[in-house]
Design a protein around this ligand. Structure first.
Ligand code: GLC
Length: 513
């Protein structure tokens, strides 16, 4: 069963490069996160996920890890990170690090050793064919870069050789079975990395490409799942409070593999993508449910979600997110009012929600050249906008020395202004998250049931004793309801009940009791 504290957890994802620069070198750092813990708490977030902050050549923004146990000097020292754990805990904020178990940087020492011609402890740590001109049987591979006569398999970019967790079905002599001592050693090495940080006070991990470990796996990912179940046993025994969230986007498989939470990711054609970013499903035409009058339909999301929810409600949590470091910011196609309603929905659903830094003020997606392997993702990774001062309060460095430029628009949203405005997106986020903490019925475990999802009607759902009404359209929508709510707990726009009729105004959202 999932760690208890997740019941009322709301996560804030921090891209460390871009959150707050405490020493004026143009890039965010761990001390900067420590300085902003009160801000994070003021939002109503009580947990963090920090993208990889480990030593790396940064060809994939840190997802190419060179040393799992060392904080990258540009963010500070290991001691700074230990201090972050302590300071966060004082404020009742938990901290998840990002674990990248599927691959390392090509500059990791394990890989350097693995490249050597003479056999050694690390020869099988990565997946090598037996001959310099032998392809990898359909897997992406690199040859010609090592003394060793063989080619090696990649997990993502060219700089990210795949770690060897074995093959469920072996087809070539160089493919080791999942119980081979060499591949068991890879698994133990990753557990050792986890223990290292957990011992220092980290509260768990977001796991990168969690489904990618075992190659030639079956449809149910039984090879990879067995590894995670083994990790789960270790955690249950040694760190029962630790939490794990997977980048898998298949809650039935991920939660059965022992994860506490799994993300719904923004993949083309999938339910989650129809809520905020439907333009990606049809070459630009946008029928996102939360886009005003776009002809969206909540059932495109619910069809997939409800199956997952029914299947997994006793296993763990589905995590809905506003965005992440790989995804176009929701402000790209939605305006502030649309975002308010979208977030109100995301934050009142079951499971554990994730807020991506800057989405709380509606930071824009910027069109920028690629940085550190970001490509289109770079535009969602720009510096946090704190106030209307130099570099929007992110850093005291010269503008040209910033990791990425800040939003140049005169009306770039900033925290300090939105804090002053009662109706701002920021204050709306705070109000909804405060309600989520106040009402157990809005939290991860409380029952969820769809009451109405017909087109041209308000979307209605129950969380425990509460009823929630959503209308992202520009029209007034009505529907008959059975039991008469007595009180409006929260509303955006308007919502009223007369007799059996519930009327929800244009672009409105309400929580009724
Ligand atoms: C995940 C990360 C992404 C990274 C990739 C390779 O998808 O979220 O940022 O590039 O894995 O590690």
């Amino acid at each position: 069963m999932a760690a208890k504290w997740l019941k009322d957890a709301v996560f804030y994802e921090i891209y460390p490069q871009s959150f707050y620069d405490s020493n004026g070198d143009g890039i965010g750092d761990i001390e900067g996160i420590i300085e902003k813990l009160d801000y994070i708490r003021s939002l109503g977030c009580n947990a963090l996920w920090i993208n990889p902050c480990f030593d790396s050549p940064f060809k994939d923004a840190g997802y190419d890890v060179r040393d799992y146990k060392k904080v990258a000097p540009r963010y500070g020292t290991n001691e700074n990170l230990y201090t972050l754990f302590q300071e966060a805990h004082k404020k009742e904020i938990r901290v998840l690090l990002d674990l990248v178990p599927g691959h390392t940087s090509e500059e990791h020492n394990w890989f350097r050793k693995s490249q050597e011609a003479a056999r050694n402890e690390y020869s099988d740590r990565y997946i090598w064919t037996d001959f310099c001109f032998e392809g990898a049987n359909g897997f992406p591979y690199v040859g010609g870069e090592s003394e060793r006569s063989g080619t090696y398999i990649l997990n993502f970019f060219k700089c990210q050789p795949a770690l060897n967790y074995g093959f469920l079905k072996t087809e070539k002599p160089w493919q080791l079975p999942v119980n081979h001592p060499s591949v068991m050693a890879t698994r133990e090495a990753m557990k050792d990395v986890m223990r290292f940080w957990l011992q220092k006070g980290c509260d768990g991990f977001r796991v990168d490409m969690a489904a990618s470990l075992v190659k030639n796996d079956d449809e149910n990912k039984s090879g990879t799942s067995a590894i995670w179940l083994d990790v789960r046993r270790m955690l249950d025994y040694e760190y029962p409070d630790a939490a794990m969230v997977s980048e898998w986007s298949n809650p039935p498989l991920a939660l059965r593999a022992g994860y506490d939470m799994d993300f719904c990711l923004n993949e083309k054609g999938r339910g989650y993508s129809t809520l905020l970013r439907d333009y990606m499903n049809h070459n630009g035409e946008d029928h996102s449910y939360f886009k005003k009058d776009s002809g969206g339909n909540i059932n495109r999301f619910l069809d997939e979600y409800l199956k997952w929810y029914e299947d997994t409600r006793n296993l763990g949590y589905i995590s809905l997110l506003t965005c992440n470091h790989d995804t176009i910011r929701p402000r790209f196609n939605l305006d502030e009012t649309e975002l308010k309603i979208a977030y109100a929905f995301l934050f009142t659903m079951p499971g554990v929600p994730f807020l991506y830094y800057g989405d709380e003020i509606g930071m824009r997606y910027l069109n920028l050249p690629t940085k550190e392997g970001g490509y289109y993702r770079t535009g969602s990774r720009t510096p946090m906008q704190w106030e209307k001062s130099a570099n929007l309060g992110f850093s005291t460095a010269e503008a040209e020395n910033l990791y990425l430029p800040v939003d140049p628009a005169a009306d770039a949203p900033v925290v300090s202004e939105q804090e002053q405005d009662k109706n701002s997106l920021l204050n709306t986020v705070k109000a909804i998250l405060a309600l989520r903490h106040r009402y157990e019925d809005l939290q991860a475990d409380a029952p969820f049931a769809v009451v109405c999802s017909e087109p041209d009607r308000p979307f209605l759902y129950r969380r425990g004793d509460l009823m929630i009404a959503v209308n992202p359209s520009g029209q007034i929508l009505e529907t008959k309801i059975k039991d008469n709510p007595e009180e409006t707990v929260f509303q955006i726009g308007s919502c009223s009940v007369q007799g059996e009729m519930l009327t929800v105004g244009p672009q409105s959202f309400a929580i009724l009791k």
